[in-house]
Design a protein around this ligand. Structure first.
Ligand SMILES: [Zn+2]
Length: 347
């Protein structure tokens, strides 16, 4: 089969399209003929490498993908070839107390397809049967590939970690990122009010279309001032931050009493100076978040497949255009998900 393989970390040229052996499903696993795979920031880390972190190389990237079940391994019940599916990107050991409680993302042996083992930038992928998210016949497989990782991440941040309530004022940075676009929809679904920041007027406008009540272009305006003007004296209840150094220390001053800032990444830098006074004066919380549990994702997939949550696709590429697709990830114009079509005969 054809697969994108990363043998060593580096720039776009390390994304090699190769012919490799088609994987066989083991006990409890199924093989999927991949239709679409969607990119995440994680793919760029897998390509570039992260200082002090070891990825298993060579690896096939791609944490998000959809397709059709092709072969079923021993012991798998209730799954037949031909079933249209999306895939839950994360998996635990299945045996520890965290996995038992459905908190796979807290399992010490938590893994992600395309990061810790081969993923979906290939014609076939083998996954655990419990990771299958059956896709209704009328629902398109490109959108089905475009939501699992970002919606799970955003849901875990906004709902599980922050406990969003109707009427909450929520500040979401980088409106066009996959996680932020999902977080905006999820906060709105829970009756919260959303303010977004973005680096272009167009992205702010799209953030408003996506459900935000207000927003600002941080290149033109002082975003902290704009948030204050919107939220009033109290401030905001929740901040969704994956920018880090450039936004988090300032954001803490904008939180209302009892407010929480939740982070799932630090694109502008991980080390920052933080003033602790508002933390205790206002009883604030700084929360970390990575992925979420399988139960959460099954709940989300019902909302996506029923049209309640609507993933946004930025652009579509083919598997041959993997380098262009990665290049697009770095483009400041991106709003939503970048999708790779692997098998045009599946839709
Ligand atoms: Zn476990």
């Amino acid at each position: 089969m054809r697969a994108v393989r990363v043998h060593e970390h580096g720039d776009y040229e390390v994304l090699r399209l190769e012919e490799i052996a088609t994987p066989e499903p083991g006990p409890g696993e199924v093989r999927i003929r991949v239709a679409w795979s969607a990119l995440n920031h994680l793919d760029t880390w897998v390509r570039r490498g992260v200082e002090g972190h070891k990825f298993p190389l060579p690896i096939t990237p791609g944490c998000d993908f959809s397709g059709v079940v092709d072969e079923v391994g021993a012991g798998v019940v209730g799954v037949e070839p031909g079933l249209r599916v999306a895939v839950a990107p994360g998996f635990g050991c299945g045996q520890c107390r965290r996995c038992g409680a459905g908190q796979q993302n807290l399992c010490a042996r938590y893994g992600i397809y395309g990061e810790t083992t081969d993923g979906g930038n290939a014609e076939f992928a083998v996954v655990r049967a419990e990771n299958l998210l059956p896709v209704p016949n009328e629902f398109s497989l490109d959108v089905a590939a475009a939501f699992p990782l970002t919606y799970l991440t955003a849901w875990h941040m906004v709902v599980t970690r922050c406990g969003v309530q109707a009427g909450d004022r929520v500040l979401i940075h980088a409106a066009g990122s996959g996680v932020s676009a999902a977080a905006t929809q999820i906060a709105r679904l829970h009756g919260a009010r959303v303010f977004v920041t973005a680096g272009t007027d167009e992205k702010v406008a799209r953030g408003l279309e996506n459900g935000a009540e207000a927003g600002c272009n941080y290149r033109k305006e002082d975003w902290a001032k704009a948030v204050k003007a919107w939220a009033g004296r109290d401030g905001v209840d929740i901040i969704v931050d994956h920018v880090g150094k450039d936004t988090l220390p300032k954001g803490v001053w904008l939180l209302a009493r009892g407010g929480r800032v939740v982070t799932c990444g630090v694109t502008s830098g991980a080390q920052m100076e933080l003033h602790f006074a508002p933390l205790f004066f206002k009883t604030l919380s700084i929360l970390g978040s990575t992925m979420g549990g399988l139960g959460e994702l099954k709940q989300i997939s019902d909302l996506v497949f029923s049209g309640t949550l609507q993933p946004i696709i930025d652009s579509r590429f083919t598997l041959d255009q993997i380098a262009e697709a990665h290049q697009r990830m770095g483009d400041r114009q991106v709003f939503g998900k970048i999708c790779l079509q692997v098998d045009p005969s599946l839709s």
